[in-house]
Design a binder for this molecule. Structure first.
Ligand code: PEP
Ligand code: MG
Length: 586
C-alpha cells in the first residue's frame, strides 16, 4: 500500500531505492556487498557463528546441571532454552540467508537486517511475554555478531566500517536508502561513501549536525520524519524527495516514473552547473565574491577544489575527534590530518575551526550531551569545553600551528561571547607557540578569527574586532540562540527562521561593522549555501560565503545574476520589514 511520510527537506535531490532499516545501536556493523560466488562462504560463516553460540549456551546449560543448580535457577535455565530456540529459529536463519543470497549483504549486515524484521513482529505482539522475547533475540544476535567479529569474511570488508565499492552494487538490483530513528554526526561520517543513496531519520532539525553532514554528502535526505523507521518496513521501495521533505513508500509505477524523470532532470541540472566551475564569482556590477567550502574531513578538500572553491572557510575539526570511544587524536595525528587538508587545497587558504563538540555533536554515539545535561546547547560546548580542558586544547593548537607551516591557515574559534574567553583563548594560542619554540618544532603564522554565533557576540562586535583578524558568522547557532529554539529539535523547526528581523539585524550589524574597519567577514552557517538567501546576504554587504562544496555552483549561478548596487536598497527594506519573509521573493 502506498503512503507518504513527511519530514524536513535537508538535502536536495531524489533517491529511489529499497529501505534498509537500521537501529541506532547497530550502525557500527559493517555494511558491504559480497560477490555472488562468495555468498555460500558468507552463509557458512553465519552458520559457524550460530554453532559456536549454540555450543556456548550448551556449555552453560551443562555446567548448571553439573552444579545441580538447574533447579535452583529455573529462570536462567528457561532463558537459556529460549536463547537456543531463537538460535534455531527458521525465520531468523532463512531470513538471513535471503539477505545474503538475494541481496548480497555481508553476514553481519544480513543478520542485523533480519533482526530488525523480526523485532518489529515482536513489537506488534499482544502478549507481553512474547513481546519481551525481542530482548532475548537481540542478545542472541549480539553474541553471533561478537563471534563473527573474530572470524573475518572471505571478502575483506573495505577500510572503514561501512565503506563499500559503490552506492549501487552491480550485483544487487537496486540502490539502498537508510532509514533510522536517529543518526549522530559521527554515524553519518561512517556512512560517507557508503552503500546508501539517501537517508531518512525520525528526528533532527534542518540545521542539526546530522542534516549538515547529509548535505555535505550531497545525497537526498529527510530528517524529522517522526515515525518513518516504524512505519517503513525492511526492503520496502521508497522514494526520498529531498527537495520537498517527503518520503513516498511503496510508490505506484506512475509515481516511480515521475520521480525517475525528476532524478534525471536533477542530473542534467548538475551537469549544466558544472560548467560554471572555473567562472569567477563576479556580480553584474563587478563585485568579486569569495566562495569557500565547509569540510568535515581532510579528504573533503578534493571535493572543495572540484567545486571551484577558492579556499576552505570552515573545517569542522571536531569530526576528527568523534566515534573514537573517548580516545582523542594526539598532536601527531591531528597535525597530519590538518596538513593533509592544507596540502589538499594546493595553496588555497584553509580555515580550521577548533573543536566544537557538545549539544547535538557528542564525541561518541550514545553519549549525547542531552543525556547528562538539561540544556546541552547552553552547556559546556565548543570553546567553553576547550577552555575547560586546556591540555587537550593546547594539543590541538600546536597541531594547527605546525600544519600552518605547510600552507595558508586561518584559526577559527567557535562560540565566544566573553572578553575573558577571548583573552584566555589568545593566551593559550601564544602558549602553544611558545611550547613549539621550546622544543624547536617548525610552525607557521596563522590569522586568528572568531565565530559570531551567540547574540552577545553579535552585539559586541567592536570587542571582537579589537582582538581578531577576521570574523565568521555561524548563522546556524546565531539563529538557534537568538530565537531560543533547539536547532536539532524537529518539533520547533517551524520556528527556525533565518529571516526573523532580530536575526537579520544581528547579521547586518556584524557585516557593516567589519566593513567599516576593513576586516574580512564571512557567513559559514547553512544560510550561506541557501540560494534563496544569496541576494539578501549580498545586499547586506556580504562578500565571502562558506558552504558545502555541493552548493557552491548553484550559489555562484545566483551571484552571476545579481547587481549588488540594486540589492542594497532592497535589503534595507527587508531589514526593516515586520515580515521580511514576505519580501524575499521581490
Ligand atoms: C554555525 O553555527 O552556523 C556553524 C557554522 O557552526 P556549526 O553548524 O558547526 O555549529
Ligand atoms: Mg555553530
Amino acid at each position: 500500500m502506498s503512503f507518504a511520510v513527511h519530514g524536513l527537506a535537508v538535502s536536495r535531490g531524489v533517491a529511489i531505492g529499497r529501505a534498509v532499516i537500521v537501529s541506532s545501536s547497530r550502525l557500527d556493523v559493517a555494511h558491504y556487498y559480497v560477490p555472488v560466488d562468495q555468498c555460500p562462504a558468507e552463509v557458512e560463516r553465519l552458520r559457524a557463528a550460530r554453532n559456536v553460540v549454540a555450543e556456548e549456551i550448551g556449555r552453560v546449560q551443562n555446567s548448571l546441571h553439573d552444579l545441580g543448580s538447574h533447579d535452583a535457577h529455573p529462570e536462567l535455565a528457561a532463558l537459556l532454552d529460549v536463547h537456543l530456540m531463537l538460535l534455531q529459529d527458521e525465520q531468523l536463519i532463512s531470513g538471513v540467508k535471503f539477505w545474503i543470497q538475494e541481496r548480497h549483504y555481508n553476514a553481519e549486515w544480513a543478520l542485523t537486517t533480519q533482526l530488525e524484521v523480526i523485532a518489529r513482529q515482536f513489537d506488534e505482539m499482544e502478549d507481553p511475554y512474547l513481546r519481551e522475547r525481542k530482548a532475548d533475540l537481540e542478545q542472541v544476535v549480539e553474541r553471533m555478531l561478537r563471534v563473527m567479529h573474530g572470524v573475518s569474511s572471505p571478502v575483506a570488508a573495505p577500510a572503514g566500517a561501512n565503506d563499500t565499492r559503490s552506492p549501487v552494487d552491480p550485483a544487487a538490483d537496486a540502490p539502498l536508502v537508510l532509514i533510522a530513528h536517529d543518526l549522530s554526526p559521527a554515524d553519518m561520517l561512517q556512512f560517507k561513501q557508503s552503500v546508501f543513496a539517501g537517508f531518512v531519520t525520525d528526528v533532527g532539525g534542518k540545521t542539526s549536525h546530522t542534516a549538515i553532514v547529509a548535505r555535505s554528502m550531497d545525497i537526498p535526505a529527510v530528517v524529522g520524519a517522526r515515525s518513518a523507521s516504524q512505519v517503513i518496513r525492511q526492503d520496502d521501495w521508497v522514494i526520498i524527495d529531498g527537495d520537498a521533505g517527503v518520503v513516498l513508500v511503496d510508490p505506484s509505477p506512475v509515481l516511480l516514473a515521475e520521480y525517475g524523470a525528476k532524478q534525471r532532470q536533477g542530473e542534467i541540472e548538475r551537469e549544466r552547473l558544472s560548467r560554471l566551475k572555473n567562472t569567477p564569482a563576479i556580480t553584474l556590477d563587478g563585485q568579486r565574491i569569495e566562495l569557500l567550502a565547509n569540510i568535515e574531513q581532510p579528504e573533503d578538500a578534493a571535493g572543495a577544489l572540484k567545486a571551484g572553491a577558492v579556499g576552505v572557510g570552515l573545517f569542522r575539526s571536531e569530526f576528527l575527534f568523534m566515534g573514537r570511544n573517548g580516545r582523542l587524536p594526539d598532536e601527531e595525528e591531528q597535525y597530519h590530518a590538518y596538513r593533509r587538508a592544507v596540502e589538499g587545497m594546493q595553496g588555497l587558504p584553509v580555515t580550521i575551526r577548533t573543536i566544537d563538540v557538545g549539544a547535538d555533536k557528542p564525541l561518541d554515539r550514545g553519549t549525547r550531551a542531552a543525556d547528562d545535561h538539561l540544556n546541552p546547547a547552553l552547556g559546556l560546548r565548543a570553546i567553553r569545553w576547550s577552555l575547560a580542558e586546556p591540555a587537550m586544547f593546547l594539543v590541538q593548537l600546536r597541531a594547527i600551528l605546525r600544519a600552518a607551516a605547510h600552507g595558508s591557515v586561518n584559526l577559527l574559534i567557535p562560540m565566544l561571547a566573553h572578553a575573558g574567553e577571548i583573552r584566555q583563548t589568545l593566551s593559550l594560542i601564544d602558549k602553544a607557540r611558545e611550547q613549539l619554540d621550546a622544543r624547536g618544532a617548525v610552525h607557521g603564522p596563522v590569522r586568528i578569527g572568531a565565530m559570531i554565533e551567540i547574540p552577545a557576540a553579535a552585539l559586541t562586535i567592536p570587542l571582537f574586532l579589537r582582538h581578531f583578524d577576521f570574523l565568521s558568522i555561524g548563522t546556524n547557532d546565531l539563529i538557534q540562540y537568538t530565537l531560543a529554539i533547539d536547532r536539532a529539535d524537529e518539533s520547533v523547526s517551524h520556528l527556525y527562521d533565518p529571516v526573523h528581523p532580530a536575526v537579520l539585524q544581528l547579521i547586518a550589524g556584524t557585516i557593516a561593522q567589519c566593513q567599516a574597519q576593513g576586516k574580512t567577514v564571512s557567513v559559514c552557517g547553512e544560510m550561506a549555501g541557501d540560494v534563496s538567501m544569496t541576494r539578501l546576504l549580498l545586499g547586506l554587504g556580504l562578500r565571502s560565503f562558506s558552504m558545502h562544496p555541493s552548493q557552491i555552483l548553484a550559489v555562484k549561478q545566483q551571484i552571476l545574476r545579481c547587481d549588488t548596487s540594486r540589492l542594497q536598497t532592497w535589503a534595507q527594506t527587508v531589514l526593516s520589514a515586520e515580515d521580511p519573509a514576505a519580501l524575499m521573493t521581490d
